[in-house]
Design a protein around this ligand. Structure first.
Ligand SMILES: *[C@@H]1O[C@H](CO)[C@@H](O)[C@H](O)[C@H]1NC(C)=O
Ligand SMILES: *[C@@H]1O[C@H](CO)[C@@H](O)[C@H](O)[C@H]1NC(C)=O
Ligand SMILES: *[C@@H]1O[C@H](CO)[C@@H](O)[C@H](O)[C@H]1NC(C)=O
Ligand SMILES: *[C@@H]1O[C@H](CO)[C@@H](O)[C@H](O)[C@H]1NC(C)=O
Ligand SMILES: *[C@@H]1O[C@H](CO)[C@@H](O)[C@H](O)[C@H]1NC(C)=O
Ligand SMILES: *[C@@H]1O[C@H](CO)[C@@H](O)[C@H](O)[C@H]1NC(C)=O
Length: 657
């Protein structure tokens, strides 16, 4: 059954920006193909392309008419997705399954097929048969047509390495940019088996990566080739497949196809004339999405703000009084009280789930009523119980304006409940790359978070390591002040045994050394803090199409070119204090140093944030190299730090996680 999923997602910064030359995020998926794929406008099928039986046939299939296979010779097929796709300043990721088979009773076959980024939606040139694979012909080669094709070549011409290779073609199929034989990878293109192909283009690294495997096997990286799309293809392209036969037949099938692009949004994108479709998408869709996002993000908090302004003031006073009278000790609640406050932990009151429990909003029927957040820890997990007590023991005695206040707890029967002050603007992860926060607010949040860490690490009496600094654990009150929360993994610094027992934290925010020392130190928190800093300034998460190394590399890359402001979140436009942003990014990079001893102390970070005259730490020009670990057969680990700088070193994080 044919299904077409087409998501057009537009980032808010595009909506708020008036520039139209910015690339559009687009993704679609064909889990299978049926005859209507070619007839109802889901795809443009040209030449010999037909659809049916769940797949696309790019060239004619064998039939049982033994008298002739001649109708399958000298055929060209091309199929394209009908909506143009941005090719510049984007990352592209596509996965598809192909099946190439010789005809029965033919011991030779030809010629092969290609994945193509075409400059327009026109058909393959008529004489692009045979070894031209439907990509170009003698009249359109040499740069006449701007395009890029990844060929799966099953026929050996004079210029080919063998009859089983892939290649990257731009202006000529005879002079590919790169080619690689598949024989050493144990893949036979003509085997008639389903072959899975993944092609990724990393926009800012300008790197095309091709991986393949028989369906069901682990994908193997076959070819990496540096390509600059802006020099190779127009700013928008039509994507699809081509195939051709020559003097011998062969069938070329595509069984499924997913495709997505994620814009990189270089501040000075290359402009181009826009087609009607793109113009409509760029103007109408962003406006609608933008309005929706604005509504979703701001309406509830605005209403709450208006409604609760008075309440909040009273509530603050109430908390103030309570904490004074209770001598800073969180109080015990009864299960009954908390069930009533949260409408019996109803779905409507659910604020979020994570860690080892769910958090509900509640209202205590005090006078005046107090709004609270109640965390219900799943009673079944041993880990949950541990977290519960860790949290009471650490945060219970902590008092700081940037730390979520624990108001109380409840431990009745199987129920483990923690009660906190309610944060009306949710957690920081809801905003990064999604909702607008002005620079002053972002800076206030980062300064607040750094102050919270300084308090934990140095000023709270017994130093505490939080161990799970990430945007999800940074809560925002109605004035967008940061409040660090979720102390479930936190440990007292001198509690050494506890710190080495298990690997804790969140991939992407975990300092590299945690993997081999197993120890959480204040330096680890500083590392995670650095990641939060660059996410907040750049307006992107370290997870997603970019792994954490890519985001760090991305910032280093611009920093190395003395253009560090280029990675600032586009949503900010030019509304920010350049010097302050620069200093903040440099602090972020310094905190992310792979060598924990080179990271700044959080006190230094706070000083830099609070005092614009405070000297910055020295930063090298390129990203300091990663730390290698090798695990010997006995299980002990050794470490060494390589001196050469290499942004593509295998990341320790990815090997643990
Ligand atoms: C094409 O037909 C399929 C049903 O076979 C349907 O699911 C899909 O939405 C149609 N696509 C378009 C663009 O009309
Ligand atoms: C050819 O004939 C065989 C059996 O006679 C049948 O299984 C197969 O489906 C036929 N193929 C086509 C393309 O008609
Ligand atoms: C078989 O091939 C002959 C010659 O090309 C053609 O005339 C005939 O229509 C074909 N029959 C079928 C069933 O495809
Ligand atoms: C293909 O088969 C024919 C006989 O059918 C034979 O003469 C020829 O040598 C074979 N070619 C290859 C490449 O095996
Ligand atoms: C090809 O693109 C042009 C605009 O670039 C459009 O007018 C035309 O309808 C498209 N053709 C098909 C078959 O989609
Ligand atoms: C391509 O690069 C990736 C990492 O960037 C690496 O893991 C892979 O081994 C490389 N593949 C080849 C064939 O060099």
């Amino acid at each position: 059954m044919f299904m077409l999923l087409l998501f057009l997602s537009i980032f808010l910064h595009q909506a708020s920006s008036t520039r139209l030359d910015e690339p559009l995020a687009l993704s679609f998926s064909f889990p299978t193909f049926d005859p209507s794929s070619c007839t109802n406008g889901s795809l443009i099928c040209m030449g010999s392309v037909t659809a049916g039986n769940g797949y696309l046939s790019l060239t004619p299939e064998p039939n049982n008419n033994s008298t002739s296979s001649s109708s399958a010779l000298d055929q060209v097929g091309r199929v394209l997705f009908p909506v143009p796709v941005s090719a510049w300043s984007t990352s592209i990721s596509t996965t598809f399954t192909v099946r190439i088979s010789p005809f029965p009773n033919h011991n030779v076959s030809g010629d092969g097929m290609a994945f193509i980024l075409a400059q327009d939606n026109s058909t393959s040139p008529p004489s692009s048969t045979g070894s031209y694979l439907g990509i170009m012909d003698s009249s359109t080669q040499g740069g006449v047509v701007k395009q890029l094709a990844v060929e799966f070549d099953a026929f050996m011409n004079e210029w080919d390495p063998d009859a089983n290779h892939i290649g990257i073609d731009t202006i000529s199929v005879m002079n590919p940019v790169a080619s690689k034989s598949l024989s050493t990878y144990g893949i036979d293109l003509k085997s008639g088996r389903n072959i899975k192909v993944k092609i990724d283009y990393h926009g800012w690294k300008k790197m095309l990566q091709i991986s393949m495997a028989y369906s069901g096997d682990q994908l193997v990286s076959i070819l990496n080739q540096s390509i600059d799309m802006a020099d190779t293809v127009p700013s928008t392209v039509f994507v699809g497949f081509t195939a051709a036969t020559g003097k011998v037949p062969e069938s070329h099938q595509v069984l499924d196809w997913t495709f997505s692009t994620i814009p990189y949004l270089y501040p000075h994108g290359h402009g181009s004339k826009l087609e009607k479709v793109k113009t409509i998408l760029l103007i109408v869709v962003p406006v609608i999405m933008g309005l929706l996002v604005v509504l979703v993000c701001f309406l509830p908090s605005f209403q709450k703000y208006m409604k609760r302004r008075k309440e909040m003031v009273k509530q603050k006073v109430d908390i103030e009084i309570r904490s004074r009278t209770a001598a800073n000790v969180p109080k015990m609640f009864t299960q009954n009280m908390l069930a009533k406050a949260t409408h019996n932990f109803s779905k409507g009151n659910l604020l979020g789930t994570g860690g080892f429990g769910s958090v509900y909003k509640g209202t205590l029927k005090d006078d005046p009523p107090t709004i609270i957040a109640v965390k219900k820890i799943s009673a079944t997990s041993k880990q949950g119980e541990k977290e519960y007590f860790a949290e009471i023991c650490t945060i219970g005695r902590l008092r700081h304006k940037n730390i979520v206040q624990l108001l109380g707890w409840c431990h009745e029967g199987e129920h483990l409940l923690l009660v906190y002050e309610y944060m009306s603007n949710g957690s920081l992860d809801r905003y990064i790359g999604k909702c607008f926060l002005d620079w002053e607010t972002r800076f206030k949040i980062l300064t607040g978070l750094a102050s919270a860490l300084l308090y934990l690490h140095e000023d709270s009496g017994n130093p505490v390591v939080h161990r799970d600094i990430k945007p999800n654990n940074v809560m925002l009150d109605e004035e967008f002040n940061a409040h660090l929360g979720d102390f479930g993994l936190a440990r007292l610094l001198q509690d050494d045994a506890a710190m080495t027992t298990m690997l804790a934290g969140t991939p992407g925010y975990l300092a590299p050394e945690v993997g081999f020392t197993g120890k959480s130190t204040p330096e680890c928190d500083v590392y995670s803090f650095g990641m939060v800093v660059i996410e907040v300034v750049c307006g992107r998460r370290s997870k997603g199409i970019m792994d954490e190394n890519s985001l760090v590399d991305y910032v280093w890359n611009w920093y190395g070119q003395n253009e560090v402001l280029k990675c600032v979140d586009q949503m900010l436009g030019s509304e920010f204090d350049e010097e302050q942003v620069k200093r903040t990014l440099m602090v972020g990079l310094a905190c992310l140093h792979p060598d924990s001893t080179q990271r700044p102390k959080i006190r230094k970070v706070v000083q830099i944030f609070l005092n614009s005259d405070e000297a910055l730490m020295d930063l090298p020009e390129t990203r300091p190299s990663a730390v290698y670990i090798s695990v010997s057969s006995t299980g002990s680990t050794t470490t060494n730090v390589e001196s050469k700088s290499a942004p593509q070193l295998p990341s320790l994080e990815s090997s643990i996680c």
